[in-house]
Design a protein around this ligand. Structure first.
Ligand code: CA
Length: 239
């Protein structure tokens, strides 16, 4: 299966590029590397990749602009790699269409975990027939969109409209980090600064309701950035 997977690594820092490519090679993933934005765009327009890793600080083109350009023609998952421990950059990259991020320095386990979870998400969305996508299932969570009902471990949980909207938004973007700004825009429209604290309150309450019937942590917090719903796998294939 891994022979079919093709990954692009865009990184000008040789040591980081070598770390990633060596890790991918050992784990039998096919990959290409690009040291600049221009060479990356050339590859991106000619080859269909399954995952793209992009460093935000490139010598010629800003990583954010590469993400924006790629999103004009591709939905391939993008994972940002950045040395900048700067929330603003991450938020900008996510809002430009990146799916997730890795902050340098990262270890190879973190890198491989991102690759596996991204592939799991691709596989899942390929299996799901979009037209029949009216029931969402992830581990113990089941959402019946038409009737707006949510079950955790077969127990129906009762959510406030805002909690339901947040959960639905996360479920429709499973595996992607959604920024606070994105969530607030989608749910509140013209939101106020104070709505961010409401979002935190709803999130706490939502988690409590889910965790009453499940031990899994479905919603991951990215402090200062946003939230992500994790695709939970009940099989051993990801071990
Ligand atoms: Ca760099």
């Amino acid at each position: 299966m891994q022979e079919d997977i093709k990954i692009l690594v865009i990184e000008d820092d040789k040591s980081v590029r070598n770390l990633i490519s060596t890790t991918l090679k050992i784990n039998n993933y096919n990959y290409d590397t690009a040291e600049s934005g221009n060479s990356a765009l050339h590859l991106m327009t000619s080859i269909k990749y399954d995952i793209v890793f992009v460093d935000l600080g490139l010598p010629d083109i800003d990583g954010i602009d590469i993400i924006k350009k790629y999103r004009e023609f591709s939905t391939t998952p993008i994972i940002v790699i950045s040395a900048r421990n700067n929330d603003e950059d991450k938020i900008e990259a996510l809002d430009a269409g990146a799916d997730d991020f890795l902050t340098k320095p990262f270890n190879i386990d973190e890198l491989l975990a991102r690759v596996r979870s991204t592939l799991r998400r691709i596989k899942y969305s390929n299996q799901t027939n979009k037209k029949d996508d009216i029931v969402f299932v992830n581990g113990d969570i089941k959402i019946d969109y038409p009737s707006r009902t949510v079950f955790v471990n077969s127990e129906e949980i009762h959510l406030m409209p805002q909690e339901y909207s947040i959960l639905t938004l996360l479920s429709k973007n499973v595996g992607r980090v959604l920024t606070h700004q994105y969530i607030l825009n989608q749910i509140w429209g013209n939101y106020l600064e104070s709505d961010l604290s409401s979002l935190r309150v709803y999130m706490t309450s939502l988690r409590k309701k889910i965790e009453k019937y499940s031990n899994e942590k479905y919603i991951q917090t990215y402090i200062g950035v946003g939230y992500k719903m994790i695709r939970i796998s009940k099989t051993n294939e990801d071990k």
